[in-house]
Ligand binder design. Structure first.
Ligand SMILES: [Zn+2]
Length: 224
């Protein structure tokens, strides 16, 4: 199926919001508009077009969800995006806060053989530099339960799984404090006033983490 760049961006946005057909609540017009950075009225037009192509379902109460076909198309884009990000960091030596905008362009280059060779060249990586899973060649996406770092109670030990790539400033900061995928820490305390937390790293150093940062980090709990 030939899709325009805009159509591809919409499918990816709806996927990133988590509006799969299996979910009871889909993406709202406003949430899509925020991600695409456009007006809600433009979103309505595009959603109608995608619905006519059988890529999304639009229910007045439930919102917008991807059909099976829409999901496959979204995963094609996500796969390209994350493979290119891997390439940019591990082959071209870009920092992880420099790659997202470049990958936003490269994800629209649609030569299938190019992506197959890129994947093989990189050794079939399963995660991008931010820790996000890369869909396989068959567009399979393994289920990996994670939770937001900010939901951890004092005493919990956790490992960073992936981080929100949305803000370059945040990524730079996470790099500085070495809170990258794989980092292990224990929550020492959570401040009631502003939900900031203090965490202890394996090297015994203690860091204060703001709510804004802990909201942008996905973790898996260890031990318990
Ligand atoms: Zn990205």
């Amino acid at each position: 199926m030939q899709l325009s760049r805009t159509e591809q961006n919409y499918l990816k946005a709806i996927y990133m919001i988590g509006a799969l057909s299996s979910e009871t609540i889909g993406a709202s017009t406003n949430s899509i508009a925020m991600r695409i950075e456009t007006r809600p009225a433009s979103v309505s037009d595009m959603v109608r077009r995608l619905s006519e192509k059988g890529l999304v379902n639009h229910n007045r109460y439930r919102g917008v969800t991807l059909t099976e076909c829409g999901l496959q198309q979204a995963l094609v884009i996500v796969r390209r995006h994350r493979l290119w990000e891997h390439f940019l960091v591990h082959v071209l030596g870009f920092r992880w806060d420099e790659i997202h905008e470049i990958a936003e362009e490269l994800e629209h280059v649609s030569h299938p053989e190019l992506i197959a060779r890129l994947d093989a060249f990189l050794g079939n990586p399963t995660e991008d530099p931010h820790g996000e899973l890369i869909p396989g060649a068959q567009l399979q996406m393994p289920h990996r339960p994670t939770e937001s770092m900010h939901s951890l109670p004092p005493g919990a030990q956790a490992r960073v799984v992936c981080v929100d790539e949305g803000s370059d400033g945040l990524l730079k900061y996470l790099d500085e404090i070495e809170l990258r995928p794989g980092a292990i820490f224990t929550v020492v305390s959570v401040e009631h006033f502003d939900q900031s937390m203090r965490i202890r790293r394996v090297d015994e150093s203690v860091w204060r983490i703001t709510r804004e940062v802990s909201n942008s980090v996905q973790v898996e709990r260890m031990g318990s």
